[in-house]
Write a protein of this length. Structure first.
Ligand code: P6P
Length: 337
């Protein structure tokens, strides 16, 4: 039986990969692990909300019951505040970024962006949800407060990124740019334990993941590709929780797509704290991540904190096939003529 390796032990051991690392990133990743354990506890109780009270009502102890995504948001901020390693945070739940005050004399080197509870609408029907996080080195002067440019960084500048999936088990998957590893929470000891070492995505898989309900609203190249997947008898798996859908693709191979629709002409998913971190993970595992303009997701220059993007990520051979469909079937837009 293999020896248990906890997340903390693994992070500290791998800190040696970074000769100049002085432990700040290690502290950040451990803080995110703590927040994930706290969120996991509440997500798993969500089914009891009728006993604990619904959002906005006071629970037995008189505390107001929060929406779980706001709860997750606040817990992540609390945990990241303590470390002193993070000078700023941006969240899907917050309109603007927030500056984190200095802890002691420490000059925080990093900013963190996250979607605290992606797919939270699925909680009411007991479907897996997830936390997605992205860590960048700040660009501004450490003596000054962080600024927007610290957050508007390309995916290629990511220092670390990952996600936590709260499902049949709770798994944290992350990368610091040297491969991808997964840690399963063992509730009996309250530790994330190394369970998936050096994850590699298969070159192709039997699954495609897209909201086929929008089929008639997709561009012709997307419809042709979906028809192609159907002709290949690939299996459609889409539960409307990006972390869960991408997690399946990462482990079993396949392709996840959220293209432009009439409602979301730029795509629905957020570039900075959904597309970039998951594309980083998929690329680190040997996969590919592009948008429907055939740009590598991680090379897109962000312009706004909450900007949206189209996304096609997954097994390299399948993303390349999708690229060919876009090249072959896309109709140049009239204004491009
Ligand atoms: P649709 C959840 O709301 C989310 O942000 C992602 O987790 C998910 O992939 C997507 O939106 C689902 O969107 O339009 O298919 O319901």
């Amino acid at each position: 039986m293999n020896r248990i390796i906890t997340l903390d032990e693994f992070i500290i051991h791998r800190q040696k990969d970074f000769p100049y690392a002085s432990g700040e990133l290690t502290g950040l990743l451990r803080d995110i692990g703590v927040a994930a354990k706290i969120v996991n506890r509440e997500v798993n109780k969500a089914g009891l909300v009728n006993i604990l009270g619904v959002e906005g009502a006071a629970n037995a102890s008189g505390d107001e019951v929060q929406k779980l995504d706001m709860y997750a948001n606040d817990k992540l901020i609390d945990c990241l505040k303590n470390s002193g390693e993070c000078c700023g945070i941006a969240s899907e739940e917050l309109e603007d970024f927030i500056e984190i005050p200095h802890v002691g004399s420490k000059d925080a080197k990093y900013v963190v962006l996250f979607d605290p509870l992606d797919g939270s609408s699925n909680i009411d029907v007991n479907v897996s949800v997830g936390t997605i996080f992205a860590i960048y080195r700040r660009k501004s002067d450490p003596k000054n407060p962080c600024d927007l440019n610290d957050f508007l960084q390309k995916g290629t500048d990511l220092v670390a990124a990952g996600y936590v999936i709260y499902g049949t088990s709770t798994i944290m998957v992350y990368s610091t740019g040297r491969g991808v590893n997964g840690f399963t929470l063992d509730p009996s000891i309250g530790e994330f334990c190394l369970s998936h070492r050096d994850i590699k995505i298969p070159d192709r898989g039997d699954y495609y993941s897209v909201n086929q309900g929008y089929y008639l609203k997709f561009d012709v190249e997307m419809r042709r590709y979906i028809d192609y997947c159907s002709d290949l008898n690939l299996r459609l798996r889409y539960i409307g929780s990006m972390v869960s859908d991408v997690h399946r693709i990462l482990f079993q191979g396949g392709i996840f797509l959220y293209p432009n629709t009439r409602k979301y002409p730029q795509g629905k998913l957020r570039l900075l704290y959904e597309c970039n971190p998951l594309a980083f993970i998929v690329e680190q595992a040997g996969g590919k991540g592009i948008n429907t303009r055939l740009e590598r997701i991680m090379e897109v220059e962000p312009k706004e904190l909450h900007e949206r993007s189209t996304i096609v990520i997954g097994s390299p051979d399948m993303v390349e096939e999708m690229q060919n469909f876009i090249q072959r079937y896309s109709v140049p837009s009239i204004n491009a003529m």
